[in-house]
Design a protein around this ligand. Structure first.
Ligand SMILES: Cc1ncc(COP(=O)(O)O)c(C=O)c1O
Length: 443
């Protein structure tokens, strides 16, 4: 069968296989919905990013953006692959700490880090903290002075560059909640305040313009803006080596997209940095990138069991599966699209276009609006590709439905990375106040 993602094959029985594991067997053994992550593909993408920047004459660092998917096993793989790790919460730092991820390779982001999170990050010894706003500069300065320590930081800039992607995953335009505004001079003021604090070692700048970018066009103007800022703000007192973090964002194929490969992102960025620094007489920075989706997205496959159907003459049929917006909010949130296949009958020809809907009590609960499939029956397994990034981490217990099991697959073997939640788990943190413990029916 054509066009299957990396690491996905079809066995002689017509069953979908991921990393050499038969998906029908996995569904029998672990139940559905079931999330799968191909370890080989994940690791290959990590090393592909590392290699892509080898042609840069300075130093380049790749940080995996944990928000795309971070389990303890994922943090361990990132550590073994020698990448840095972007974290945005105490929870993500904790997961990394639990697998002894080197704290000096953690980069801590966020537009509203709490005092407790900052204290925790400093205690753990995160290598770099990305400062996002003036309140945070004040908070950090007070905390560091009280502790009598210093912290390496980058200043996050809202560069006023529009990326060509969905509004909800744009972050670099002017109307964004992230980072210091460029045009009004706030970014420059932030650098000055950090330097003046005496406890913040400000080593460079950070920007992230958006996610699921399908072209590299916005990157050279981004680099130009950042280099202008560096030249104007530091004017001669630039730390050497200084650091330029250009965020993440490279897109992946969900259905028919054809995003530029990591190598092209690396070439575009490095060429713009080398040329722009040369023109301004700036020393070359250490370049950082923070890909999430393009490392983990295509390593993921989600598997659902088909249940009921609704067929009305003249309407596209509704095929309901046992998951939906609770484990994958992306279609409802911003119209994300996926390719679906019948995992137990991969050789059957597609004969109709159906809507794959979920089991949650919302009309907006759908996974695929127009899936081309053979006629499906109750009990069939539907697999969705490219589900590694931003599905599981956004999963909820809406309708009190337990979150799925997540398996890590490699060389024909399956390891449980996250167990399926039980009904007991759903009640674990709840309390029933004493006056409600006896059910009393008032007349
Ligand atoms: C600051 C920052 N870095 C990196 C990323 C990762 O982006 P992507 O998964 O698109 O590569 C994001 C995503 O929102 C981000 O906000």
């Amino acid at each position: 069968m054509d066009g299957l993602p990396e690491g996905v094959t079809v066995g002689s029985s017509g069953h979908l296989c991921v990393a050499g594991c038969d998906v029908v067997d996995l569904a029998e053994r672990y139940g559905t919905p079931l999330y799968l992550l191909n370890e080989g593909v994940f690791r290959q993408n990590c090393s592909r990013y590392r290699s892509a920047f080898l042609q840069y004459p300075g130093e380049a660092r790749v940080a995996y953006a944990g928000k795309a998917l971070l389990t303890q096993a994922v943090a361990a793989m990132v550590g073994q692959e020698g990448l840095y790790l972007d974290v945005v919460s105490a929870g993500e730092i904790f997961a990394a700490e639990r697998v002894s991820f080197p704290s000096e390779r953690l980069v801590f982001h966020g537009n509203n880090k709490s005092q407790e999170e900052i204290a925790y990050a400093l205690r753990v010894g995160v290598g770099c903290l990305v400062v996002d706003n003036f309140d945070e500069i004040a908070l950090l300065t007070d905390t560091l002075r009280a502790l009598g320590v210093r912290q390496r930081v980058l200043v996050r800039v809202a560069p006023g560059i529009e990326a060509h992607t969905h509004d909800y995953i744009q972050t670099g335009g002017l109307e964004t909640k992230f980072g210091f505004d460029f045009d009004s001079g706030q970014a420059g003021e932030a650098v000055r305040q950090c330097v003046a604090s005496g406890v913040l070692d400000v080593v460079g700048l950070h920007a992230h313009i958006g996610s699921q970018l399908l072209e590299t066009r916005a990157l050279p103007p981004l680099v130009e803006r950042m280099l202008d800022l560096v030249r104007d703000v530091w004017s001669g007192a630039l730390p050497v080596p200084w650091e330029l973090n250009l965020g993440g964002g490279p897109g992946i194929r969900y259905r028919s997209e054809d995003p530029p490969p990591p190598e092209q992102f690396a070439r575009t960025i490095t060429a713009a940095v080398v040329e722009g620094c040369h023109r301004r007489g700036l020393p070359l920075p250490t370049i950082w990138v923070e890909p999430g989706r393009s490392i983990v997205g295509q390593a993921g496959v989600a598997v659902y069991r088909v249940g009921s159907q609704k067929r009305v003459p003249g309407l596209r049929p509704f095929v309901a599966v046992d998951g939906g917006m609770g484990d994958n909010i992306r279609p409802a949130l911003y119209g994300a699209e996926y390719r679906a296949v019948v995992a137990n009958r991969m050789y059957d020809e597609a004969t109709e276009t159906v809507r794959v809907v979920g089991r949650y009590c919302e009309s907006g609960d759908f996974l695929v609006q127009d899936a081309e499939l053979p006629e499906v029956r109750a009990g069939d397994l539907l697999a969705l590709f490219s589900t590694g990034a931003y599905q599981y981490p956004m999963a909820s217990n809406y309708n009190r439905v337990p979150r799925p099991c997540f398996l890590l697959l490699g060389e024909g073997r399956a390891h449980v990375m996250v167990e399926r939640e039980s009904l007991e788990d759903l009640c674990r943190l709840e309390h029933v106040p004493p006056h409600l413990r006896r059910l009393r029916v008032e007349a």
